[in-house]
Design a protein around this ligand. Structure first.
Ligand code: GLN
Length: 451
């Protein structure tokens, strides 16, 4: 299938290619806000442009994870994934992409200036890797290094009509990632084709002495003949999404045996996910007190509480909510009731999904609703918002690799479907979508940087 990376590398570029690209990105950024930082002085020579989500450290580039709290933070080192991309020699860093603060969000709106959907800027970009998806939909030749905790690659990829690949937990090093929830965070890729995603995966994956949890070295390609649809989850999809999804299944049914199955435990995956994610997030955010880590607000010559309160007021609304809830969940008196129970449910999900995934892929829509307008997302309550992660949380909580591919439009906006496989079988997903994506005849509205 289409490899934009190969195509790009096969053509000599004019010497001003990268400066022109930066100029054009600068221009589109005033409408789409895909980038937090655009690198202007690149010295690239025929290298494929790549961006990184703003929670991945890039040496010498302000990296804020979308938070006011990290204003002015310029890492003195590269994250392992960045280091590997640069070392490989075929890729050139062009900038850092917009995101929900620390990864807290589904639509990209929990940040100072939200990114906007590349198909229509009135619509939500999806999140939390909002800018990665928008940049991928805008740029013809580009790959994005993104990150997901509970769906942050799948969701924005689906809403902008690009491929979003979230590898097995532990297949890609998290060294240099600004953590959201360490037991759930995965660095992954967005691209315009699965072949491009595979090319990048092979560059960034593999053991790293700086991250002991990055222990998955061998990736398999066990083909599956069955596609499972989980009844309890599909019921939650909007009728328009369902009918497009059923058309997709008709098409795939020519090659795969499609089976609808019941997996009751997945109706209860959102609660343990948010309990675990918030508990871990609240411990990760504790270090940002403006003293050693985080933006220092004013001088130290004030009372302890005044200083820290002012420093921590730099957190946005959603971050504050998660600090309060996460701290509560971990407190001694309720820990057994929430946190410990959530860990038990997580293990049950891993076991049950693991059994099913031995036999076939699990497939679903990526989001239960058509792409919403930004104004409508702003009206959602937090619980309504969290509930929309219904399809992306099951693979996330289990550390199973998953991939979203664009396949249709609803209300003239792209929608995606997501397939999941067992741990370390990532290549099977990339092969599956590489085979099918061409038949969806996907059209991009923007082709910045086309040769
Ligand atoms: N929407 C989910 C959350 O807010 C997932 C976000 C993510 O994967 N970073 O936690």
């Amino acid at each position: 299938m289409a490899s934009h990376i190969r195509e790009f590398l096969g053509h000599e570029k004019p010497s001003d290619y990268y400066s022109k690209l930066a100029e054009e990105l600068e221009r589109t950024n005033s409408e789409y806000h895909a980038f937090n930082v655009i690198k202007k002085d690149t010295e690239a020579k025929n290298q494929v442009p790549f961006s990184t989500k703003a929670n991945i450290c890039v040496k010498g580039v302000e990296t804020t994870a979308g938070s006011k709290m990290l204003r002015g933070y310029v890492p003195p080192f590269n994250a392992t994934v960045v280091e590997r991309m640069l070392k490989e020699g075929s890729f050139s860093f062009i900038g850092e992409t917009n995101m929900d603060e620390f990864g807290f969000g589904t639509f990209g709106i929990n940040t100072e200036v939200p990114a906007r959907n590349a198909f229509d800027s009135r619509y939500a970009a999806g999140g939390s890797s909002s800018g990665s998806a928008v940049a991928t939909a805008l740029l013809k030749y580009h790959v994005a290094i993104a990150e997901s905790t509970g769906g942050s690659i799948s969701t924005p990829a689906a809403l902008n009509g690009v491929v979003g690949f979230t590898p097995t937990y532990g297949a890609v090093s998290r060294y240099g990632l600004i953590d959201y929830a360490n037991s759930l965070d995965k660095i992954g890729i967005m691209a315009r084709s699965s072949d491009d995603a595979r090319g990048v995966f092979d560059v960034i994956r593999g053991r790293d002495n700086y991250d002991v949890t990055c222990a998955i070295e061998k990736i398999t390609n066990n083909k599956k003949g069955k596609l499972f649809v989980i009844e309890e989850l599909l019921e939650k999809a909007d009728p328009k999404i369902r009918s497009e999804f059923e058309r997709l299944l008709d098409k795939l049914g020519k090659e795969y045996e499609i089976k609808t199955i019941s997996m009751n435990i997945l109706s209860d995956a959102i609660e343990p996910y948010y309990i675990i994610a918030m508990a871990e997030a609240s411990t990760n955010l504790a270090k940002y007190n403006g003293y050693k880590y985080g933006f220092q607000y004013g001088e130290f010559n004030r009372r302890y509480n005044d200083f820290f309160t002012e420093a921590r007021s730099n957190f946005g609304m959603e971050a504050k909510r998660r600090i309060i809830l996460g701290t509560f969940i971990r407190s001694e008196s309720v820990k057994a009731r929430y946190y410990t129970k959530a860990l038990m449910i997580r293990q049950m999900i891993i076991n049950e999904m693991g059994k099913v995934l031995k036999d076939g892929f699990v497939i679903s829509p990526t989001l239960p609703i058509p792409t919403p307008k930004i104004a409508d997302v702003e009206k959602l309550t937090p619980v309504q918002n969290y509930a929309l992660d219904v399809f992306t949380i099951p693979p996330s909580i289990g550390g199973f690799p998953h991939l979203t591919f664009p396949y249709a439009y609803v209300n003239e906006m792209p929608i995606g479907a997501q397939i999941i496989t067992e741990q370390a079988n990532d290549y099977a997903l990339l092969d599956f979508s590489s085979k099918w994506e061409e038949s969806f005849q996907y059209k991009y509205k923007h082709n910045i940087g086309s040769l």
